[in-house]
Design a protein around this ligand. Structure first.
Ligand SMILES: C[S@@+](CC[C@H](N)C(=O)[O-])C[C@H]1O[C@@H](n2cnc3c(N)ncnc32)[C@H](O)[C@@H]1O
Length: 223
């Protein structure tokens, strides 16, 4: 719930910054929030796809968008934090990929994607502040082109170094994500629906095994 003081409030009454304020502030805390590398699940799940148009939901500093562009995709990268997008754009321009990625500063709660896209990805689109994730993902799924792919990756557990407090942040399984999308089963093929481990290195060099919920679906060409 957003109030006139510009803050959202949890049901328990604890004040909470709105999404734009929270995430922009989060990125401004340091020069770089994430590694800059693509997520392992993207590299694995998209490795054999024919490049086309891609939409990256909650792109952050653009590690995934950059990887996609390097691999021949034309990318629309959307995030609510302009500082994160500016970092991604600067890296893309320096890499000669400036014309392959469109950076869109927008709140996905209201932003309407204009598809179709051959690939729609959402990696760790999870937030301790208000985020209508299921609505966003359903809306985005509708923009996947026939024959295109939807990839949704989330934390099955938070990394020990996460600044998120687990309270109120859903960690749905791949099965739960699939159910929440409410897709007509006859028009979609499941390529991956699993909890998949990966080894990750934390900010202080600590190495841990983490588990992601990975859902990869292909929209069938037959309608
Ligand atoms: C956990 S980060 C993940 C970033 C990136 N996808 C990655 O894997 O490194 C979540 C991202 O979602 C963005 N985000 C959160 N709520 C949003 C919203 N309502 N609209 C657009 N982006 C949002 C944040 O700014 C942040 O960059």
């Amino acid at each position: 719930m957003t109030t006139s003081d510009g803050h959202t409030h949890r049901h328990d009454g604890e004040p909470q910054a709105d999404a734009a304020t929270f995430w922009e502030g989060r990125y401004r805390e340091s020069d770089r929030a994430w590694s800059g590398r693509a997520n392992a699940a993207l590299e694995r799940e998209a490795a054999d796809l024919v490049p086309g148009t891609a939409l990256d939901l909650g792109s952050g500093e653009g590690g995934d968008a950059l990887w996609l562009a390097q691999n021949g995709w034309s990318v629309t990268a959307v995030d609510i934090a302009p500082t994160a997008l500016a970092r991604g754009e600067a890296t893309a321009v320096a890499a000669g990929l400036g014309d392959r990625i469109r950076w869109v500063a927008a709140d996905l709660a209201t932003w309407q994607p204009t598809g179709p896209f051959d690939l729609v990805t959402a990696h760790f689109l999870q937030s301790p502040v208000e985020l209508p994730r299921e609505i966003i993902l359903r809306r985005a799924a509708a923009t996947v082109a026939p024959g295109g792919v939807l990839l949704v990756v989330g934390h099955a557990q938070f990394p020990p170094w996460s600044k998120h407090t687990p309270d109120g942040v859903a960690l749905p399984t791949a099965d739960e994500v699939l159910a929440s999308l409410e897709l007509p089963a006859e028009h979609w093929t499941i390529l991956t629906k699993a909890a998949i481990s990966r080894t990750a290195t934390g900010p202080d060099g600590q190495v841990v095994d983490l588990v992601d919920s990975v859902l990869t679906l292909r929209r069938t060409t037959a309608v």
